[in-house]
Write a new protein. Structure first.
Length: 318
C-alpha cells in the first residue's frame, strides 16, 4: 500500500539529523553542514570548502557511531571531496574523489564509494574504513554506477548501466542497447551475483538511470530508477517515460516485486529511497506539471508556472 504526501519545500525526519547545502557569498558559494535536533532546532553549523561558483553538496551518511560523512564538489570541474565529521562537527578526515558518482555506508563505520571515468568507461567501487583508508578497489570496464547500498553484514549492492561485454567477476554479461545491472559484492569485494536488465523495445532511444538504493530488514535490496522506453524488471515490461521501484532477493538477485510509479509521460521522478529497517519504505521525488497517480491515489501539482513541479514523498508498506 502506498501513502502519498505532497510537500513544496521540506521533509522532516524524526531523529537527530544533519543537512547539507550551499551558502551564497558575493555570488560565490560554500558548502554548509548543519545538525538539527529532533524538534528541528539547529545544534551547530559548519562551512566547508573554498568559495566557488558551482559548489554543491549531494549526500549525507550517518554511521552507527554517529559520525557524519558528506560530499561536495563542482560538476563543471569534475571533482568532489568526501569528508567525515564527528557528532560535534569536528573534521576527522577528508579525501578527494575526482569522478565521484555516489557513496553509502558500508554497514559499519566505513563507506563504499562509487566513481566513474570516461574514455574509456570504467566503474570503480572502493570500500574505505572508518579512517578513510581504501580497503579494496573493484573496477569494471564499460560500466557506470549511480546507486549503492550495503546491509548490516557488509554486503554491497551496486546498480548502474553498461555497454558491450563486462566481466563482473561472477559472470560476463553482454549488453543489448542501454542495459541496466545490479551487482552484489561481499564485504571483501568478491562478486556474489549480477542481474542485467536490457531494453525491450529496441527503438535506440531507450535509457535508464538508477537513482538510489536501500535494504529492508532482511537485507533485500530495493532500488529506485528513472527510465525511458521499455524494461522488464521481472514483473512484466514497463514502457514509456516513467519511474519504478524494484526489490530483489538478497541471496540470488531474483525479483521479489517491481512497481511502476505513475504512468509514463507524467514527468515524475523518483530520486531517493530509504527504509525504516523493517518493511516500510519511503520514496521522495518530484512530479508535475499536471497530476500523478500512484496506486489508487492521485495528486495534482500546484500550477505556479510553466515547468513548475512539486515535491512528493510517499510510503510503501509490505
Amino acid at each position: 500500500m502506498a501513502k502519498l504526501r505532497r510537500s513544496q519545500f521540506a521533509l522532516r525526519v524524526r531523529s537527530r539529523l544533519a543537512t547539507a547545502g550551499r551558502s551564497a557569498e558575493e555570488n560565490r558559494k560554500r558548502i554548509f553542514l548543519a545538525k538539527l535536533s529532533a524538534e528541528g532546532h539547529p545544534l551547530w553549523i559548519r562551512t566547508m570548502g573554498q568559495a566557488y561558483t558551482m559548489w554543491a553538496a549531494s549526500s549525507i551518511v550517518i554511521d552507527p557511531s554517529g559520525d557524519i560523512v558528506v560530499d561536495w564538489g563542482a560538476a563543471s570541474a569534475g571533482n568532489s571531496t568526501i569528508a567525515k565529521l564527528d557528532a560535534n562537527g569536528s573534521e576527522l578526515w577528508k579525501t578527494d574523489v575526482p569522478t565521484l558518482q555516489t557513496f553509502s555506508s558500508d554497514g559499519a563505520d566505513g563507506i563504499v564509494v562509487v566513481s566513474f571515468t570516461t574514455n574509456p568507461w570504467v566503474l570503480s567501487v572502493v570500500r574505505r574504513d572508518a579512517n578513510g583508508q581504501a580497503l579494496w578497489d573493484r573496477q569494471y570496464t564499460s560500466a557506470d554506477g549511480t546507486a549503492v547500498t550495503s546491509d548490516a553484514q557488509g554486503n554491497i549492492y551496486v546498480a548502474g548501466t553498461f555497454i558491450g561485454a563486462v566481466d563482473f567477476g561472477v559472470e560476463t554479461l553482454v549488453a543489448d542497447g542501454v542495459t541496466g545491472f545490479v551487482l552484489k559484492l561481499d564485504a571483501t569485494g568478491q562478486a556474489q551475483w549480477v542481474r542485467s536488465y536490457p531494453g525491450q523495445i529496441g527503438t535506440g532511444d531507450e535509457r535508464m538511470a538508477w537513482t538510489d538504493a536501500t535494504v529492508d530488514a532482511l537485507g533485500n535490496p530495493m532500488l529506485s530508477l528513472d527510465f525511458n522506453g521499455g524494461y522488464d524488471f521481472g514483473a512484466g515490461t514497463f514502457t514509456g517515460a516513467s519511474d519504478a521501484i524494484v526489490k530483489l532477493r538478497a541471496d540470488s538477485g531474483e525479483t521479489l516485486w517491481a512497481q511502476e510509479l505513475g504512468v509514463g509521460g507524467q514527468n515524475d521522478a523518483a530520486s531517493s529511497i530509504a527504509s525504516d529497517g523493517q518493511f516500510s519504505h519511503y520514496v521522495a521525488g518530484t512530479f508535475g506539471p499536471g497530476a500523478i497517480t500512484i496506486g489508487d491515489q492521485t495528486l495534482y501539482a500546484n500550477d505556479s508556472g510553466v515547468g513548475a513541479v512539486d515535491a512528493l514523498v510517499f510510503q510503501i508498506s509490505e
